[in-house]
Write a protein that binds this ligand. Structure first.
Ligand SMILES: [Zn+2]
Length: 214
C-alpha cells in the first residue's frame, strides 16, 4: 500500500538498525526537506500550540540558505536529522560520495549550532546495502517511516485518506517542510492530532520514540 510502508521481513532483518516504527507505541511526526521560508514557521507554530516535539530531516543546502529557521527548530526543542547535504538518491552515489553527503551535513550543524547529529533519513527513502554500515561507523541511526501522507501533492483529501486508514499508535509519519505542502500543512497536522486523540494515541518525543527496543 502506497501510504503505509512496511518492508518485507527480510529487509527488516537485513537492516535491523533501521526504524520503521517508533519503539514506544507513540506517534512521531517527522518533517523532511526543510528548513524553508515558506513552511517552517507554520509548522513550528502549530507544533508549539499542541506541545508536540518532532524530528526535522533537513537538507544541508537549505540549512545554509535558511539557517535562522534551523536555529528556531532547535530552539523550540525539536530534533534535526540528516537528510544529506544535496538531497541526492543514495542509489546513484558511490560510498565515498554518500559519506561526503552525510559528513558535510553533520559538519555544518556542528559548526553553525554546535549540534551533534545522530539520526539520518535517506532522500526518497532509497538506500543501498552499504548504507547501514556507513551509518554504523558514524554511530548514527536510520529513521524510515510507516506512514507517508503524500502531503507534497498539496491535496488535503489525500492526507486525510492516508491518516484515516493507516494511522497506528506507533506510526512514524512523514510530512514535508516544503513549498509544495505549505498550503495544507497546518490542516494536515490538525487532522493528524484529531485522529490520534480520537483513537487514544499519543505523541512521543523523538529521542524516546527512537530508542532501540532490543
Ligand atoms: Zn526528502
Amino acid at each position: 500500500m502506497k501510504y503505509e510502508y512496511s518492508p518485507p521481513l527480510i529487509v527488516k532483518k537485513l537492516f535491523k538498525d533501521f526504524y520503521w516504527n517508533t519503539s514506544n507505541n507513540k506517534i512521531l511526526l517527522t518533517f523532511d526537506d526543510g528548513p524553508t521560508k515558506e513552511a517552517t514557521e507554520i509548522i513550528l507554530s502549530i507544533l508549539a500550540q499542541f506541545g508536540i516535539k518532532a524530528a526535522f530531516f533537513c537538507v544541508g543546502n537549505n540549512v545554509e540558505r535558511n539557517s535562522s529557521k534551523a536555529k528556531e527548530i532547535l530552539n523550540e526543542g525539536h530534533l534535526i536529522g540528516n537528510h544529506t547535504f544535496n538531497h541526492k538518491r543514495l542509489t546513484k552515489l558511490s560510498n565515498e560520495e554518500t559519506v561526503e553527503e552525510i559528513d558535510s551535513f553533520n559538519n555544518l550543524l556542528r559548526e553553525k549550532f554546535n549540534y551533534d547529529v545522530k539520526y539520518f533519513r535517506p532522500p526518497y527513502g532509497r538506500f543501498t546495502i552499504s548504507t547501514q554500515g556507513i551509518l554504523k561507523e558514524k554511530d548514527m541511526k536510520c529513521i524510515m517511516w510507516s506512514l507517508l501522507t503524500e502531503d507534497y501533492k498539496n491535496d488535503f483529501e489525500t492526507v486525510k485518506f492516508a491518516v484515516k486508514n493507516y494511522l497506528k499508535k506507533n506510526s512514524i509519519i512523514v510530512l514535508h517542510d516544503s513549498i509544495k505542502s505549505k498550503d495544507i500543512i497546518k490542516d494536515s497536522i490538525n487532522f493528524i492530532v484529531d485522529e490520534a486523540l480520537s483513537k487514544g494515541y499519543t505523541f512521543g518525543e523523538p529521542a524516546e520514540c527512537l530508542k532501540l527496543s532490543s
